[in-house]
Design a protein around this ligand. Structure first.
Ligand code: 13P
Length: 254
């Protein structure tokens, strides 16, 4: 991961109206300035599609970045309801969350995630690829296999260049929204496994392009359990990103 030391991504999911998203973005921006959050901590806000233009306006001329929660891999065409990654870039997005478990639960596959990663890099967006096991997969002892497979399939045939950045978020599905995060040690071990899978699929090339982050019930009191681990470069935050003071406190504690 280049240009910054840490990345904290807010995934607002489908939780806010356009007005609420605008207001939250404004308050986070003002608080981050007031608290002098270092530009070395990259803050990314990911509102829903409809709120993107308004939040983009709000973040203009700030150090905060805009991200989308998904996107479609074709640039243009008869794809009812889809939003192209090309247009997301034109709307001011720099990042895009791909393969979130809530998308996978609605039918997203490793194959479509792979196509979206390729489209994101083609259009100059930084993909945040989500991987993680369900509780059943974990109980059956398949956590490692599932995650290695997800990383491999998401990145197969992806042409990484030196200037590209790729973020992989380890989000144990069963932890999301539970209020009970896993330990920093487990997250760190899993991050090491994710990095190894990346190295294998990239055949040892472009290792500097990768940053692994953790997501799942991260809050101001536990964020440093993860960010103190050398191989975890930040967090993907759901619930705790919906209140400006909580989110900025989380960033300060990271
Ligand atoms: P919570 O932080 O609410 O557990 O959500 C995590 C998540 O899904 C972020 O993408």
């Amino acid at each position: 991961m280049k240009n910054f030391e840490q990345i904290i991504v807010a995934n607002w999911k489908m939780q806010l109206s356009i007005e609420e998203a605008k207001k939250l973005a404004r308050t986070i921006k003002n608080l981050a300035t007031e608290k002098k959050i270092s530009a070395k901590k990259k803050i990314v806000l990911c509102p829903d599609f409809l709120s993107l233009p308004e939040v983009a306006k709000m973040l203009k001329d700030s150090d905060l970045s805009l991200g989308a929660q998904d996107g479609f891999y074709e640039d243009i065409g008869a794809f009812t309801s889809q939003v192209s990654i090309r247009e997301l870039k034109a709307s001011g997005c720099e990042y895009i969350i791909l393969g979130h478990s809530e998308r996978r639960a609605l039918g997203e596959t490793n194959l479509t995630i792979n196509l979206k990663v390729k489209a994101a890099l083609k259009h100059g967006l930084i993909p945040i690829i989500c991987v993680g096991e369900t509780f059943t997969e974990r109980q059956e002892g398949n956590k490692g296999t599932i995650i290695m497979h997800q990383v491999f399939e998401a990145l197969q045939g992806v042409e990484v260049e030196n200037h590209h950045q790729i973020i992989i978020a380890y989000e144990p599905v069963w932890v999301i929204g539970s209020g009970q995060a896993i330990s920093g040690e487990e997250a760190s071990q899993t991050a090491a496994m994710i990095r190894q899978s990346y190295v294998d699929v990239m055949e040892g090339r472009h290792t500097d392009s990768l940053g692994v982050i953790y997501g799942g019930s991260v809050d101001p009191s536990n964020i440093n359990h993860f960010t103190k681990m050398a191989n975890i470069r930040g967090a993907l935050v759901g619930g705790a990103s919906l209140k400006a003071t909580t989110f900025v406190e989380l960033i300060q504690n990271s």
